[in-house]
Design a protein around this ligand. Structure first.
Ligand code: ASP
Ligand code: MG
Length: 455
């Protein structure tokens, strides 16, 4: 049995969704599909929360907009007018619920994490029903299992939940077992689970990849396929290096590293559950369904080429904290990290020396983070500052650390391109080497590295 995740990028509009439906009808019997919302819907749902808080008069227009979007898609998927009407009736109940949640937050003037998470899941609830009914209208056996009914149990952390695997596995094995037949096509909305006390909790933005991995690991699927509108993992971002190539095989570690910096192929947490279960991940392009794509497995061939990809992110900034003898003082790092955590700021990485701690944060968090640590009393450091005009470059390949010369080759190429390296982090993972350059030097750095390792 396969578990297949279909991303919002493949569900952009009616014609795109129709292509997917035909592909599922042809290849998906006996498999489980974990879905994202239709493209853009989650953003509209979340933006709607603020609007509803502001003015209840805005609520009807949010609902109308969502209804119109989905009705346009349905027209491409279901020819039969009667079957379309039947589906509209099913969706009516769902939209009515959503509308009530919006009025709820409008009346109470409060959007609790519980409410926000509940509302955010409606995109997936709707897309799963639409796809299941569309296949049924083509005479296929299909059904929709909601995470709360199938028992995808989460740890209850709103907006950033994780699945409790032992319980989820037991529940899902039973739930799938009771509906699956060789011809059945099962749909599960991605993005969320339910806590043991019954709260709907999302796995964080982009979390339906993680949902699919949880489902795959829970039922011990043969493979987890991720259907996308792109080829797979590439040796670089095609926007920077148009002649970059597909990476046919990667290890779990490499895929995890590339998920943090790479072009959004996979949600970073996807690897975690399937790796533990030893299940492979195949990235498949829906425009070329027979192309091999990228395959992620434990034993992906690492011998031939150490470096698999050059990747980067510009969503990075540095919070620098200066103090003397950092290595000889107790607790300074924990004071700072606890302070940032209490302001809900995620730390991407930490590099420290004896005189300076550098915390890598998202650009959108840096001002808030800086303000937050300045409030710590008594002040545990001498000085602090921020750097924002940098980019984080990484070369990824399992075994980097044990191979003499890879780092030297990398830094020589960068230096020959006249680029100054602002900071290096090497040694935490065996599959990646990270460094910072000035953002103006990003292009030239990526080109130099791709050139030396791949051309
Ligand atoms: N629809 C959710 C989001 O946009 C989850 C996902 O697509 O993976 O974040
Ligand atoms: Mg996604």
């Amino acid at each position: 049995m396969k578990v297949i995740k279909i991303g919002g990028g493949c569900l952009k509009d009616g014609p795109a969704a129709k292509k997917i439906i035909d592909l599922i009808a042809k290849r998906g019997q006996g498999d489980i599909f974990v879905l994202s919302a239709f493209y853009g819907v989650t953003n509209i749902l979340i933006a709607g929360i603020q609007k509803a808080l502001g003015n209840e008069d805005d609520i009807p227009s949010i609902i109308t907009r969502l209804k119109t979007m989905h009705n346009t898609i349905i027209k491409s998927l279901i020819d039969d007018g009667n079957k379309r009407k039947q589906l509209s009736r099913d969706l009516f109940t769902i939209f009515q619920k959503l509308e009530r949640y919006y009025y709820g937050i409008s009346f109470t003037r409060e959007a609790t994490p519980r409410m926000k998470d509940m509302i955010a899941t409606f995109g997936e609830r709707i897309s799963a029903v639409i796809l299941a009914k569309s296949l049924a209208s083509m005479g296929k056996q299909s059904c929709c299992l909601l995470p709360e009914d199938a028992g995808i149990i989460s740890n209850g952390k709103f907006m950033d939940a994780s699945a409790i695997m032992t319980k989820t596995s037991k529940n899902l094995t039973a739930a799938i077992g009771s509906v699956m037949t060789p011809r059945m096509i099962v749909f599960i909305p991605g993005f969320y689970g339910v806590s043991e006390s019954g709260d709907i909790t999302t796995f964080g933005r982009g979390g339906s990849d993680y949902s699919a991995a949880v489902v795959a690991a829970s039922i011990n699927a043969d493979v987890l396929e991720i259907w996308k509108d792109t080829q797979g993992f590439m040796t670089a971002d095609p926007d920077n290096i148009p002649h970059c190539k597909l990476i046919p095989e990667l290890t779990y570690e490499e895929a995890a590293e590339l998920s943090y910096t790479g072009a959004g192929i996979l949600h970073p947490r996807t690897v975690e559950p399937v790796k533990r279960a030893g299940i492979g991940i195949a990235i498949k392009n829906t425009y070329q369904p027979d192309a091999p794509g990228s395959l992620i497995t434990k034993n992906a061939n690492t011998a031939r080429k150490i470096v698999k990809s050059v990747s980067y992110t510009t969503d990075i900034s540095v919070l620098k904290i200066y103090a003397t003898g950092i290595g000889a003082r107790f607790g300074i790092l924990s004071l700072i990290t606890e302070n940032l955590a209490s302001s809900a700021i995620n730390i991407k990485s930490v590099v420290t020396s004896q005189t300076c701690i550098s915390l890598l944060l998202s650009r959108s968090d840096i001002e808030k983070g800086h303000k937050s640590i300045k409030k710590i009393r008594p002040v545990p450091f001498r000085k602090s500052s921020i750097v924002t005009n940098v980019a984080l470059v990484s070369i990824v390949g399992e075994g980097l650390q044990n191979n003499r010369g890879v780092a030297a080759k990398c830094f020589t190429a960068v230096s020959d391109a006249n680029v100054n390296i602002e900071m290096i982090s090497f040694g935490t993972s065996n599959a990646a080497l990270y460094f910072l350059v000035h953002e103006d030097k990003l292009d030239i750095t990526i080109n130099a590295l791709h050139n030396i390792f791949f051309d």
